[in-house]
Design a protein around this ligand. Structure first.
Ligand code: SF4
Ligand code: SF4
Length: 385
């Protein structure tokens, strides 16, 4: 079958390799949506009991086990309907995002996308380029699927123009490119945050903004900001709403903020373990990335900036705030809080392991794995299909 004319952008997959890891099953902790055909197939198989409403989107999806456990078809790490599993499961860790165009986005929470460090690793699918792995999936995208998201973005830009708070996308990209180097240091993150709160003029040329950020004297208590962000993401009561972290041994973990403590539980197919350990949320340091970790963080920022869904997330936040902020401020502020959240999570994982105030490449990578699992849960204009 020929690729659809709307030409999905696969550029985010370049240079990535993918192999599904035996014994992982992490993606079976997400609740898979089912489309009309898949719902019918499950009904024909006598499995209509397994279809429910997604706790997240409200659309038809497969039931989860217990309170926040894995998919109901997951048993001892194996799928009971493997040949008939929905498209979500076939396509993971690749997501098709419809915004102003179609883009395929890799979910970097999948350990199968990171180069293997263990020689005895067994694969469920042989290693191949991510582009080859994802190509068959994009064939199901029809040009008419893009109509509604494109219209949403047209209205979004119209509203920005009406308010005089827009910023052309190419300029936004150049500004983000000019300041991204500052984001590997906490001082730069704090400066960018304050700039995004305080700047009220027209978008300045990229080098002028970068100079302002470098010369800024930030006063923000960044640890307090990080805790606020962590509480937002990890403070939800229902375990089914919380992100899960998969470690290097492919064990699953749940972290929940409760009061002033962060509670850690192992996850099983049936839901979170009863046993828990915890620590005061204040005891998580903002650990500083070393040079190798900074290089990896910089690569990740590049990926984030190229994701159409990141722009869609900022657009969603602006729309929710009824366009009170400018696009530039919202974009830079969201970038700074995203990186702060990632660094806090990397620091928290390291602290639970007994780590200190430094983050190496391994600890930073673990933070990315944890943080990137939230892609699908972050609201955005446009949609994942
Ligand atoms: S998360 Fe990735 S490696 Fe793990 S089972 Fe899913 S696709 Fe395979
Ligand atoms: S249907 Fe199968 S592959 Fe998909 S989430 Fe459930 S157990 Fe995993």
């Amino acid at each position: 079958m020929e690729a659809p004319e709307i030409g999905p952008d696969l550029s985010l997959l370049k240079g990535l390799k993918f192999a599904c890891l035996d014994g992982c099953g992490y993606c079976c902790l997400f609740q898979p949506d089912v489309d009309v055909k898949e719902e019918k197939r499950l009904r024909d198989m006598g499995l209509s009991w397994a279809v429910t409403k997604s706790h997240f989107s409200g659309s038809p999806a497969i039931k989860l086990q217990g309170k926040g456990g894995g998919c109901t078809f997951l048993r001892n790490g194996r799928c009971r309907i493997y040949p008939d599993r929905p498209h979500f499961c076939r396509e993971f860790p690749f997501h098709v995002y419809l915004g102003e165009r179609v883009q395929v986005i890799p979910n970097l929470s999948c350990r199968g996308l990171w180069p293997d460090t263990e020689s005895n690793r067994k694969y469920l699918t042989p290693p191949q380029s991510a582009e080859d792995a994802a190509r068959p999936f994009v064939e199901r995208i029809r040009p008419d699927m893009l109509g509604s998201p494109k219209e949403t973005f047209r209205k979004f830009h119209e509203e920005l123009e009406k308010n005089g708070t827009g910023c052309p996308k190419p300029l936004l990209n150049k500004i983000a490119g000019a300041v991204k180097g500052e984001l590997t240091e906490y001082r730069g993150i704090a400066s960018l945050l304050e700039f995004s709160w305080e700047y009220s003029g027209e978008p300045l040329p990229p080098n002028e903004i970068a100079d302002k950020i470098r010369g800024w004297e930030p006063e923000t208590d960044l640890k307090e900001e990080a805790v606020l962000g962590a509480t937002d993401a990890l403070g939800l009561e229902n375990p089914a709403d919380l992100p899960i972290y998969v470690d290097e041994k492919l064990d699953w973990h749940l972290f929940q903020v409760s009061g002033n403590r962060i509670i850690h539980r192992k996850m099983t197919e049936k839901g979170p373990d009863r046993d828990a350990d915890s620590m005061p949320i204040d005891s998580v340091p903002l650990a500083a990335p070393d040079e190798e970790a900074k290089a990896l963080l910089s690569e990740y920022i590049d990926i984030l900036l190229k994701r159409d869904s990141f722009y869609g997330y900022v657009a969603y936040l602006l729309s929710e705030e009824e366009f009170e902020n400018s696009l530039l401020n919202a974009y830079l502020g969201t970038l700074a809080t995203s990186i702060l959240d990632l660094l806090w999570r990397a620091s928290m994982l390291s602290k639970f392991e007994g780590g200190g105030k430094k983050l190496g490449r391994r600890e930073l990578l673990n933070g990315i794995v944890f943080y990137d699992g939230d892609i699908l849960d972050a609201p955005a204009l446009g949609e994942f299909v």
